[in-house]
Design a protein around this ligand. Structure first.
Ligand code: FAD
Length: 339
């Protein structure tokens, strides 16, 4: 009882990366709290899915396998999860801030009146003292996220309602195998006994999935451009540098807003979170909303004509100069050296 739960998302028969990232986080929270980590998977044809979750430290994998749960629709998923949570009373429930999690999380939390913190950037366990009420809490979930337009980093707690629910965007937490030989157990959910006709009023007739050609998240090198690049045409030199390096092109929000790059390339708080081996920031000032999405890159090279640009504080190498001059030189140099 009172364990840590991760509501997992299934993507074409595989557990979504964001769910595995949360399993990794959930395992470390459960270790701190000295409780179990439980995963919850709903869908159809899920035979053997638990094997994907055990290596991430799942003690129990709850599986609801029913054709009415695939494809995902809000109502049946909500009913099954609410029913399970009423019985299991988790202390923490985590899910990805994906389209799935953004739709499902609020439904579940409002049915349980638990509250939910969306888009957390960090999750920790800690105490809290409510002096007014004269109460002390030992192990609360600190749900940490930027607030007020990113001007503060807020730590949100939920002392009284359970579960403490939070969503986290893909890439924010690290996915790491806990123990390749870890073995938990399966708990089958009797979906038939839970679903009611009113849960099944939505019938998905057809699905159309648009696959993005941009793959920033999995790229080990990213050449990223900001407003300082100056124009959409100037971004072409970033594509050229990226091609030479086998990299992907990213962008700041200011560059996206100015129409220099597509939104799916945006890196930062309201874009993608990345951890490449090399991040080359071209004409990017380094505001917190941007750095939140790339500061864990193994190496950062900043190219900026302002020697005092904030990005230089987190850069391993800072090149002070005009992107229009520096980037062509890099292309020339790398081309020469890869011949
Ligand atoms: P600027 O801040 O305009 O910086 C341009 C930089 O280029 C400057 O440092 C300048 O010195 C340099 N420069 C200019 N000309 C040249 C040149 N010729 N050669 C070299 N350097 C040059 N931003 C994000 O990026 N991602 C997000 O996800 C994001 N989410 C946000 C969410 C919220 C709620 C809010 C309020 C803001 C968010 N922002 C986000 C916006 C963020 O606050 C900044 O406005 C944005 O990151 C700035 O982009 P930039 O660095 O490209 O532009």
């Amino acid at each position: 009882m009172n364990n840590v739960f991760v509501i997992c998302e299934v993507d074409e028969g595989k557990i979504a990366d964001v769910s595995l990232e949360l399993m990794t986080k959930g395992r470390s929270l459960a270790n701190q709290l000295k409780c179990k980590l439980e995963a919850l998977v709903l869908g159809h044809n899920l035979k053997g899915i638990e094997k994907e979750l055990y290596p991430y430290g799942a003690d129990v994998v709850h599986i609801g396998d029913d054709e009415r749960l695939d494809p995902y629709t809000t109502l049946p998923h909500t009913s099954v999860i609410v029913d399970l949570f009423k019985k299991e009373e988790p202390q923490i429930a985590l899910l990805g801030a994906s389209t799935f999690g953004r739709d499902l999380g609020p439904r579940v939390s409002s049915a349980l009146q638990s509250g939910l913190t969306a888009d957390c950037t960090s999750l920790e366990i800690g105490p809290h003292e409510d002096k007014k009420a004269g109460k002390t809490y030992e192990d609360l979930l600190y749900q940490i996220r930027p607030a007020f337009g990113g001007n503060i980093v807020a730590t949100i707690i939920n002392p009284d309602c359970r579960p403490q629910m939070a969503t986290v965007r893909e890439g924010v937490m690290k996915k790491e195998i806990y123990d390749a030989t870890y073995k938990g157990k399966v708990s089958k959910i009797e979906v038939d006994k839970i679903l009611k006709p009113e849960d099944l009023v939505v019938n998905v007739i057809e699905r159309h999935m648009e696959k993005s050609k941009v793959n920033i998240k999995n790229s080990s090198i990213i050449v990223s451009g900001g407003y300082g690049v100056g124009s959409k045409e100037n971004f072409n030199m970033l594509y050229e540098l990226a091609e030479v390096l086998g990299a992907e092109v990213g962008a700041s929000r200011a560059a996206v807003d100015a129409g220099y790059a597509e939104h799916e390339r945006q890196i930062g708080q309201t874009g993608v979170t990345v951890r490449p081996k090399l991040y080359i920031a071209c004409g990017i000032s380094g505001q917190i909303q941007h750095t939140a999405g790339m500061e864990e890159s193994s190496m950062i090279i900043a190219i900026n004509n302002d020697p005092n640009a904030p990005i230089n504080k987190i850069a391993d190498y800072a090149i002070t100069g005009d992107v229009g001059e520096v980037v062509p030189k890099l292309i020339k140099f790398y081309k020469q050296n890869t011949k």
